[in-house]
Design a protein around this ligand. Structure first.
Ligand SMILES: C[S@@+](CC[C@H](N)C(=O)[O-])C[C@H]1O[C@@H](n2cnc3c(N)ncnc32)[C@H](O)[C@@H]1O
Length: 309
């Protein structure tokens, strides 16, 4: 099926989930997108039922149009909203064998100029993943104080010296508010004297704005401990990140929870050269897995398993 999105590190994701001991029954996919990973897992495991979460209304429309059979049979249920909102309303009894996060934006979101994620096309300076969210990228650029803009570009965009760009934004917005992606990209090109070749200087600025508009790091930081808690014994949580700060948060939270499970890979898993060649958007991907500890054996079960060994 043509979905406009190539699922990243599919083989590696299947390999890690494949280490599950038994027949998995429940999957929570917190970043459903076009459902590539989720539906591949549903196909592989006939016993599996999934909840697909996405902030983007377009992801739910896509599921309605393309996965009617799965929705009608009850094997797939969709939830519109952030996975953090989903985590907050989770009933403590609700547990999962598989939990999966594939962070960031999908290719259809990036490629749709009207969403404002890309500096290549002309679109509103929006960048909200879901229409119900209030703050847009234009709100951040037009209203946030100079020091705060410097801080987000340094911390989230990893831009060593964003001062001249931010000064120019703060100066220009007094005369005319920023409303389009090209207005902002054009300013960055001018200030950074870009020669129209090589790495576009707006890349990191746009990345930082997207992370802030969608509270992506906060969502991850708050939800991962809840998701670890929501794993069944032997359950597996996989997180696919595209930003060094997301990877650091994941690594640290996995480390902080070693009393209830173990890291499946101590060294982060990255895509093969062949995958990067086929899909350049996979180049910054990093995959980590967490395996929840098996349920403690009851004394009688323990006795039985020892006497049979
Ligand atoms: C990289 S795509 C997922 C692609 C999917 N795994 C596939 O194979 O089709 C990420 C998706 O997660 C959604 N998303 C990102 N952050 C989210 C969050 N905090 N809560 C809910 N959805 C989120 C985006 O809207 C996007 O559709």
């Amino acid at each position: 099926m043509e979905s406009g999105h190539i699922s990243v590190m599919m083989n590696e994701v299947l390999e890690l989930f494949g280490q599950f001991n038994g027949e998995p029954q429940t999957l929570l996919d917190g970043t459903f997108g076009r459902g590539g990973h989720c539906t591949t897992l549903l196909q592989k495991y006939p016993s599996l039922k999934a909840i697909g979460v996405d902030r983007d209304e377009a992801a739910l429309e896509f599921a309605n149009t393309h996965y009617g059979d799965l929705l009608n049979s009850g094997r797939l249920t969709m939830f519109q909203g952030s996975y953090r909102a989903f985590a907050q309303q989770l009933n403590p009894e609700q547990k999962f064998d598989f939990i999966f996060l594939d962070l960031g934006v999908s290719s259809p979101q990036l490629d749709d100029e009207s969403r404002g994620f890309s500096f290549y096309g002309e679109g509103p300076l929006d960048m909200r993943m879901g229409k119900k969210q209030i703050t847009t990228a234009a709100d951040v650029i037009n209203t946030w104080p100079e020091e705060q803009l410097i801080e987000i570009f340094k911390n989230f965009g990893d831009i060593h010296s964003p001062f001249r760009v931010v000064r120019a934004i703060v100066h220009d917005r007094k005369e005319k508010l920023y409303t389009t992606t090209q207005q902002l990209a054009g300013l960055i090109e001018r200030v950074e004297s870009w020669k129209k070749k090589g790495f576009h200087p707006a890349t990191q600025y746009f990345m930082a704005l997207r992370l802030v508009v969608n509270t992506e790091l906060e969502d991850l930081q708050e939800s991962l401990p809840v998701f670890i808690e929501a794993l069944n014994p032997n359950g597996i949580l996989l997180v696919l990140t595209f930003h060094s700060l997301e990877d650091r948060i994941t690594k640290n939270i996995f480390k902080d929870n070693l009393d209830v499970g173990q890291r499946m890979n101590k060294k982060v898993i990255i895509p093969t050269d062949a995958e990067i060649e086929k899909n350049s958007r996979s180049r910054s991907a990093k995959l980590r897995g967490f395996l929840k500890t098996p349920a403690p054996l009851h004394r009688r079960d323990k006795y039985r398993s020892e006497s049979h060994s």
